[in-house]
Design a protein around this ligand. Structure first.
Ligand code: SF4
Ligand code: SF4
Length: 137
């Protein structure tokens, strides 16, 4: 059984959501890293270096004017799918928008409300996300 089949066949909903989040986070990360979208070098992304971002380092990992508390040693310490999907206007012009529903198992597992929540859940870690998704079933 491949990973997608495993997710779709999972009968425990909580475990199914966790598996889907892991799968999405890894797949999106691999895709962006392969294409070098943000192109991080020594704590600065491409938009930071080109002056296309309001900040000059740490990419766009800021909240209310401060560096996000989840950023540890230059790496995100939680698996926020919405942060992972996010493209700043510079990247959006270059690559277009990336939507959660583009990833195959998503529409099979999450309803519209759940998908909307996942797309907008910036800074939310996996545990919190799963709890909210269970409420939105
Ligand atoms: S989305 Fe844009 S601002 Fe954010 S890290 Fe990537 S290149 Fe930098
Ligand atoms: S939660 Fe979002 S903003 Fe914060 S470190 Fe992770 S990716 Fe960056």
């Amino acid at each position: 059984m491949n990973e997608i089949e495993e997710i779709l066949n999972e009968t425990d909903v909580r475990i199914q959501y966790e598996k889907l989040i892991d799968y999405l986070y890894r797949t999106i990360s691999e895709k962006y890293e392969m294409e070098k979208c943000c192109d991080f070098q020594c704590g600065t992304c491409i938009a930071n270096r080109l002056g296309k971002s309001v900040h000059d380092r740490n990419g766009c990992c800021y909240t209310k004017g401060h560096v996000c508390s989840h950023l540890k040693n230059g790496t995100c310490s939680i698996q926020s799918i919405s942060c992972r999907l996010f493209f700043c206007s510079y990247l959006e012009k270059k690559y277009g928008k990336c939507h959660l529903s583009q990833f195959f198992p998503v529409k099979k597992v999450w309803n519209r409300k759940q998908r909307y929540f996942v797309e907008k859940s910036y800074f939310v870690d996996k545990k919190e996300l799963v709890e909210k998704l269970l409420q939105l079933r």
